[in-house]
Design a protein around this ligand. Structure first.
Ligand SMILES: CCCCCCCCCCCCCCCCCCCCCC(=O)SCCNC(=O)CCNC(=O)[C@H](O)C(C)(C)COP(=O)(O)OP(=O)(O)OC[C@H]1O[C@@H](n2cnc3c(N)ncnc32)[C@H](O)[C@@H]1OP(=O)(O)O
Ligand SMILES: NC(=O)C1=CN([C@@H]2O[C@H](COP(=O)(O)OP(=O)(O)OC[C@H]3O[C@@H](n4cnc5c(N)ncnc54)[C@H](OP(=O)(O)O)[C@@H]3O)[C@@H](O)[C@H]2O)C=CC1
Length: 515
């Protein structure tokens, strides 16, 4: 019997960010392994015209929850969706709901965040810092609370090369930042943002670091733990391999590469690609929830959920395997044949951006205009290159994260828990994982049918022929122009032609002699 699964039985659990990538997988695993839990409260806002109930209905009816519905048929009765907007005072939760949350909650998993790299500082602070502070305040009024688990990121201190399982102070106190956001206007905030974030690459990593400081400062008597995952990717094993439902991290780039839009990237092939499957993160999170509540560590423990020091993979290997999978299972209607050139040189990368990305987009838009359609490729390409430029920071560096607490926790688990809540990435086979990831992107993000693979392969062959034809035509035109203008080119041309002629005459003569 799993001790962790038994621990969650009969518990009332509060999850923020349950509609997000990690939150959904967390909820799924909780219901699948502890179907006898009492209730899961989720804080949900309305979005894209959908009510909170409609959003929950959509999640429960997705493929991700198929197994859950078998083991916990009344799952819909055990989810209590509470309308909440984490950007508002008291999260805009009604009095009755708040009362219920305060009096019943046993465990909190705080996953909600803005993960956008380009969010204005004011918004990132509101969600990643102020909302965390408010949630801690709520937690301090919960008499039955056993553990508060805060999800941060391994990159909250990405300005350092070696990162320990400790909270590093930021130069400006989070409270001062929160206060200043109230009275500074947007223009001033934009001006001081680069100074505040310092050597971090974006407002996301900076505000996640501030969020951790808030957790440390406001923890009071709470039983708190912080989890820092690295780049969270598709599921490895559970509930099935390759599940993914958003474009964050590598997923968007896999699509862009598979569709032939993105063919080269400024990345260091030997840099560690610290990817971690989302089910691994969720298993560690649930184990940490159990350990924090049962063992009540004296201080706030931080757990790095990373793969680099256990089972490293680098970007070069990852790109190679992604490309190999495209050969087997190509994406439909590709713009160009997929390619994955990794170069760490800025000039080479700019050259490839011009030749391999912008030029084909301009040519395609010209073709669209000629055929009376609206040009769109240049705009799309500019947007993609902007996205890529924001991710480049993370694919040109390697980090070392110490993992003493994570290893300690692994050793504290019973063999059954190590199996059911497996977060040992030493067992992960990267080639298999990446192949499933690409397949998952095709099936669950692009919603492409496997039956379309022969047609997709045929399309890629057509693109290859167009590519050869285009390059040959380009070469002949360039050569013709050169010959017309340069004596030297003419000499070279005559030399090549006479050499070929002599070679052919010799070949013909020697074959006649043999007869
Ligand atoms: C040769 C190539 C070979 C390739 C081989 C293949 C694989 C091997 C190599 C793989 C290397 C992986 C490196 C990962 C490093 C991650 C490090 C994470 C570290 C921290 C981890 C964390 O702790 S935290 C989670 C990470 N947090 C994000 O990862 C959010 C990022 N994101 C944004 O901050 C916003 O997205 C941003 C960008 C501002 C745009 O903002 P924006 O307003 O312009 O755009 P939107 O978001 O509205 O999206 C507008 C259109 O871009 C499309 N799109 C959105 N994301 C996209 C994406 N990633 N790749 C493509 N396309 C994307 C979308 O589909 C829309 O398309 P459409 O216009 O057609 O609808
Ligand atoms: N994905 C990754 O690569 C990594 C993620 N992390 C961390 O993991 C956690 C989860 O990330 P992930 O699942 O990928 O992120 P997602 O963007 O998929 O999910 C974010 C969640 O936060 C919710 N949320 C955002 N704003 C509000 C708001 N104002 N009110 C209520 N809810 C809100 C979203 O709700 P809605 O659906 O309504 O938008 C969504 O449920 C985050 O803390 C992130 O920092 C850490 C390392 C890597």
């Amino acid at each position: 019997m799993s001790m962790i699964a038994a621990f969650y039985g009969g518990k009332s659990i509060l999850i923020t960010g349950a509609t997000g990538f990690m939150g959904k997988v967390l909820m799924e695993k909780l219901f699948r392994t502890s179907p006898d839990l009492k209730v899961v409260y989720i804080l949900v806002r309305t979005k894209a015209g959908q009510t909170t109930q409609q959003r929950v209905f959509q999640i429960l009816n997705s493929k991700l929850f198929e197994k859950v519905k078998e083991v916990c048929p009344n799952v819909h009765e055990k989810i209590r969706a509470i309308y909440a907007d984490l950007n508002q005072n008291d999260f805009a939760i009604s009095k009755e709901d708040m009362q219920e949350l305060l009096s019943c909650t046993n465990i909190i998993f705080h996953c909600a965040a803005t993960v956008r790299f380009d969010d204005p500082l004011r918004h990132a602070v509101q969600l990643n810092v102020t909302a965390t502070q408010q949630l801690l305040l709520m937690a301090s009024q919960m008499p039955k609370l056993e553990a508060f688990i805060h999800i941060s990121t391994a990159f909250s201190n990405c300005n350092l090369k070696h990162i320990d399982e400790v909270i590093y102070p930021c130069p400006v106190e989070p409270k001062k930042i929160i206060d200043s956001m109230e009275w500074l206007d947007d223009a001033i905030i934009d001006e001081i943002t680069p100074k505040l974030i310092g050597d971090r690459p974006n407002t996301y990593t900076y505000t996640k670091a501030l969020g951790e400081m808030v957790v440390q400062q406001e923890s009071g008597n709470l039983n708190i733990a912080i989890i820092r995952p690295s780049i969270v990717g598709a599921t490895w094993q559970e509930p099935f391999p390759g599940w993914v439902d958003n474009l964050n991290g590598p997923s968007g780039l896999i699509i862009a590469a598979g569709k032939g839009f993105l063919r080269s990237i400024r990345a260091t092939p030997m840099a560690v690609a610290d990817l971690i499957p989302v089910d691994t993160v969720v298993n560690l999170t649930l184990a940490v929830g159990w350990y924090t509540a049962v063992h009540r560590p004296k201080s706030t423990l931080i757990y790095h959920c990373t793969s680099g020091n256990f089972n490293p993979c680098n970007w070069g290997k990852m790109g190679f395997q992604v490309l190999a999978t495209f050969e087997k299972v190509p994406f439909e209607k590709a713009f160009r044949r997929p390619n994955a050139d990794f170069t760490s040189n800025i000039i080479t990368s700019q050259y490839w951006n011009a030749v391999s990305h912008r030029a084909p987009a301009i040519i395609y838009d010209f073709y669209l205009r000629l055929t009376g359609r609206k040009p769109r490729m240049t705009k799309l390409m500019n947007r993609l290159l902007r996205t890529v430029s924001m991710l480049e920071y993370f694919v040109n560096r390697s980090w070392e994260w110490s993992t003493y607490n994570t290893e300690m926790l692994m050793s504290e688990l019973s063999p059954e828990d190590q199996r059911v809540f497996n977060f040992d990435v030493r067992q992960l086979n990267w080639l298999e994982y990446i192949e499933n990831y690409v397949l998952g992107v095709k099936k669950y993000l692009l919603k492409e049918d496997m039956a379309g693979i022969p047609e997709a392969k045929q399309h890629l062959r057509r693109l290859r022929n167009i590519h050869y034809l285009f390059n040959t035509a380009l070469f002949l035109i360039a050569w013709r122009l050169l010959i017309a203008r340069s004596q030297m080119a003419r000499n070279v041309w005559f030399f090549i032609v006479s050499f070929c002629y002599k070679f052919l005459s010799y070949f013909r003569a020697s074959s006649t002699l043999k007869v």
